[in-house]
Write a protein that binds this ligand. Structure first.
Ligand SMILES: Nc1ncnc2c1ncn2[C@@H]1O[C@H](COP(=O)(O)OP(=O)(O)OP(=O)(O)O)[C@@H](O)[C@H]1O
Length: 300
């Protein structure tokens, strides 16, 4: 299933929540839509789920208008709502009936789905007794009921505690093996575990669309990390005098040498170490910031 978001704009009175936004999710990809609070993620997700209408632009699934392809989409809202007095089984049965799924198919499928989301033993417990992580997993089961080819999820883990978060992330790792996924979050570390590509949205505009590797490469610092033996520590002070070295910082039991031209200067430094008979215990090129740091840099 290939999802194409083409030039979507959505206005709420004075506020333009999404501006001329385009992106693609290819079959079998898991893409993270990342943005701070109020960036426009929920608005865009709801337009893709065909719950909100865009003022401009269109959403296509395998080249067809999304409205005709709704049965191919599973949607997990930011705050899934359940009747607390229903059991997990009854909830899925009720939702499935509303979506027009045949009763006998539901009878067979619901136990399998509850097993899949780790709620097999709690099938006949009331939802009111569930933790946040369990409710979110039930929401995922609901979104999977009709075997969608594409899952869109609005902040599936943001509101959960570390245990609930881990449960849901593990489940999503399983689901992504057979389903194309687009999920929104304002926490890049969550998306980093399961997504291959990240689209960053800010004030309704797309400001980045890159894989993890591309993001790290683009935001790589021109610095070399090195470690030397105790007896060579004095040699490091001589490195500071070299014309191509901008500054030296202590880091992780070693040194971070900031240079001008990463590859060229690294070669010179390596040669200098050899000429000085210094044994390098570590020599790493380019120091990466974490994805979370890159995200903060992009959106601030
Ligand atoms: N129904 C609405 N009426 C008016 N303004 C709205 C409406 N829905 C959203 N907005 C505004 O549109 C902007 C984008 O909101 P949206 O909920 O899409 O952001 P978000 O990235 O999902 O944020 P969060 O992470 O806080 O949920 C915000 O400024 C919000 O106040």
């Amino acid at each position: 299933m290939r999802l194409e978001i083409k030039g979507i704009t959505k206005r709420f009175k004075q506020k333009t929540a999404v501006h001329d936004f385009s992106m693609v999710v290819n079959a079998n990809e898991c893409v993270g839509l990342i943005g701070p609070n109020g960036a426009g993620k929920s608005t865009l997700i709801q337009i893709i789920a065909d719950i909100l209408y865009a003022d401009e632009g269109e959403i296509l699934l395998d080249g067809q208008q999304i409205t005709r392809m709704k049965n191919q989409i599973g949607y997990l809202p930011q705050y899934p709502n359940f009747f607390t007095w229903m059991t997990a089984f009854e909830t899925l049965s009720f939702m499935g009936t509303l979506s027009g799924l045949p009763k006998n198919e539901l009878q067979n499928r619901i136990p399998l789905l509850l097993e899949k989301v780790g709620l097999g033993k709690e099938a006949h417990f009331q939802v009111g007794t569930f933790s946040g992580g369990m409710k979110q997993r039930l929401g995922i089961a609901q979104a999977l009921l009709h075997k969608p080819a594409l899952m869109i999820m609005d902040e599936p883990v943001s509101a959960l505690d570390p245990i609930g978060r881990r449960e849901v992330l593990n489940l999503l790792k399983e689901i992504k093996k057979e389903t194309t996924i687009l999920l929104s979050t304002h926490i890049l570390n969550d998306a980093e575990e399961i997504c291959e590509r990240f689209v960053v949205i800010q004030n309704g505009h797309k400001i980045e669309d890159a894989t993890k590797g591309q993001l790290l490469e683009r935001h790589q610092e021109s610095a070399i990390y090195l470690m030397v033996r105790q007896e060579d520590l004095n040699w490091v002070t001589t490195v500071e005098q070299l014309s191509y070295v901008r500054k030296i910082e202590n880091e992780r039991n070693g040194f971070k040498i900031h240079v001008h031209q990463l590859e060229e200067d690294a070669q010179k430094l390596l040669q200098y170490a050899i000429d000085s008979n210094v044994m390098l215990l570590k020599f790493e090129l380019g120091i990466h910031e974490s994805l979370e740091e890159i995200f903060l840099e992009l959106v601030v």
